[in-house]
Design a protein. Sequence first.
Length: 376
Amino acid sequence: MRELELLIPTLFGLEGLCADELRRLGLPWVRAENGRVCCGAKPADIPRVNLNLRTGERVLLVLGRYQARDFDALFEGARALPWEEMIPRDGAFPVKGYSLNSQLRAVPACQSILKKALAARLGERYGLNTLPESGVLYQVQFSIMKDQVTLMLDTTGPGLHKRGYRAVGVAAPLRETLAAAMVLLSRYRGKDPFCDPFCGSGTIPIEAALIAKNRAPGLNRSFSAQKWRWLDSGLWLRAGDEAMDGEYHGAYEIWGGDVDPRAVEVARDNAAKADVEDAVRFSVADAAGFCRREPYGRVVTNPPYGERLLEKREAESLYRAFGRAVRDLPGGWQVEVLSSHTEFERSFGRPAEKKRKLYNGMLKCDLFFYGGKKRG
């Protein structure tokens, strides 16, 4: 089969991290763009990327690109593509997508035109006036940007942030892909103590444990493309074996604390679902009293912002108390805090050494870095 092209959407700010992950997986011509990363692939890479990717949102298989400034061009461009190579006679092929800065702005109309184009192509190839669509799902995605149409199939299904371990959460949970990105940006690799004093349902410590153990985040879930006829099911088994063979087994000091006993209970349950309960521990604790004596370590955390969970003044008071606590940490500790609060640094008590703009869903945030002393 010819070389494939994959397109991986990301949260804004995570494109570079996702591109680095794809390069480590050995994929060719990786290219980061705004909100997405593109790369080449072989069929065997579809399972590998879905299983191993920590910071991407889903894995889309690009079927074609073309220019379209009117509905006729949109229809004919889609109809010209070899959909029958991917979608079988009974395959279900719903269509969804978006349009930005293009002549074709009406998304529902674009969906309808593309659906008719695919139905015309497949009906002609299979000799059917009406396609049953009673079989496996082949979710069609489209993007139209500056009149450039990209048509894709979604290989993932539910987004990659849905690892399969967080069946229950607490208020305003952090997306798993963003939590993994925060851990990666801290350069944590499993050697030093790792702490999250505002752990909530445990997402950041669990992602830290997955990274420390080099455990593929997609091992405990399924993907849409596992049911596709043209993609050899043995490729998924080999990708799973490869991922498990690369796991590390050691002793890790990963801790999460929260003032809410119910959140701590949920975090423990989520860690068990993620198969990392041996690497992470949780306890009921107040972040204002956070204290560690080891010479080196990392704090990576996502405290309440004030917009949703606490009143603004309460959030600022919480930041002040936490800022005082981490000032007493030994000099080798690094602290990384995600917040959308515009007055975070003032409340925390000192300016960050560096900041990185990220998005928690649609909420613009800053990741504030307070560095420790380097080893050696």
